[in-house]
Design a protein around this ligand. Structure first.
Ligand code: SF4
Length: 334
């Protein structure tokens, strides 16, 4: 090993020590992770693993998504196949009936997913949609030992309070990208609207889940900005999605990501938000490819099963990956 390599490894380990000791990384340090040479990737992942292991051991949290309402969205998020500006040939349907939502929770249990994520397209829930979700959540919480995350768009405080009362543990509303890149992705709502919904969910007593979609033309600085914004927002759970450019969506032409950049980004989020649940999320299979297992040295959470309108790998493949790494699926503790 050369002197240079030894020096570099020591630097990454210093970042790990800083993160474990509760010191906030500087912007320059966060940027240096994203901009590091590919040769340093394993040293970076080793340092990120030290932080992950300190806070989460070798546990991996599994989450299952159900697309509770698909398509028909009046918003124009450029990455999304369900938006009004997308021509992607997706299945479209209104809010699923309560029994179907409850069955999904049983499927999540069978896949060892401790958290069931009820996700619906749209700007925000209608009164009828909220009633259906509330009824399903009440039944699931009275019969199954699992956590529920809802992701229904923009919420009023009253709606958030109702979800909390029904038993929703966590509310997801992603920042998606940095404040100054936001208008390039969506024009029908603002970054401030997003922050406001996360705060509303927190105020209702739900655990805030908010993350990003990388690969939407953002710069390194913008990716670092959103990492620090999520730290400031105190998001408990941070899904890192990797753009899967779906034909028919406005961002279909973007293809900026490679697996090494995705891994460096996950590590950067681990250093900036060391004690938070970092989830390797949508687009994981497509963008990380054969390097998927390495993500779990920094991330401590993944989705199993399919995403909203795209397929994930089989849950058995995820279980095997976790077993092969010597890691352990986290059992739901309520
Ligand atoms: S991300 Fe949500 S709000 Fe945006 S277009 Fe898709 S379904 Fe609508």
């Amino acid at each position: 090993m050369s002197d240079t390599t030894t020096m570099v490894e020591t630097d990454w380990r210093n970042l790990a020590i800083k993160a474990i000791q509760g010191e906030v990384l500087s912007r320059e340090e966060a940027l240096s992770v994203l901009r590091a040479d590919d040769e340093e990737l394993l040293a970076i992942m080793d340092a990120a693993y030290r932080v992950r292991r300190h806070f989460f051991g070798n546990k991996v949290k599994l989450n299952l998504i159900i697309n509770a309402k698909s398509g028909y969205c009046p918003e124009d998020c450029g990455y999304c196949s369900q938006s009004r500006v997308s021509d992607a040939p997706i299945e479209k349907y209104t809010m699923l009936e309560k029994d179907v939502l409850v069955d999904g929770a049983k499927k999540a249990m069978a896949m060892q997913a401790g958290t069931y994520c009820i996700v619906a397209s749209g700007r925000g829930p209608t009164p009828r949609e909220l009633d259906q979700v509330v009824a399903a959540v009440e039944e699931i919480k009275s019969t199954l030992p699992m956590k529920i995350c809802a992701c229904l768009g923009i919420l009023s405080q009253e709606q958030a309070n109702r979800l909390k009362q029904a038993g929703v543990d966590r509310y997801n509303h992603n920042l998606n990208t940095s404040k100054d890149h936001y208008s390039h992705i969506t024009s029908t709502h603002t970054y401030t609207d997003r922050i406001h919904t996360v705060e509303t969910a927190k105020h209702a007593g739900m655990s805030p889940c908010s993350g990003v979609i990388m690969g939407m033309g953002e710069t390194d600085d913008q990716l670092v900005d959103v990492a620090f914004s999520l730290r400031e927002l105190d998001a408990d759970s941070i899904p890192i999605n990797f753009l899967n450019p779906i034909p028919g969506t406005p961002l279909a032409h973007l293809n900026d990501l490679d697996p090494r950049r995705c891994l460096k980004a996950i590590a950067m989020f681990r250093f900036v938000c060391p004690s938070k649940e970092i989830r390797a999320s949508g687009g994981r299979e497509v963008n990380l490819g054969m390097l998927q297992p390495l993500a779990l040295y920094a991330a401590n959470s993944v989705f199993v099963g399919d995403y909203l309108t795209t397929e994930g790998q089989e849950a058995t493949a995820d279980h095997k990956m976790i077993e092969d790494l010597g890691f352990e699926i986290e059992q739901c503790a309520l």
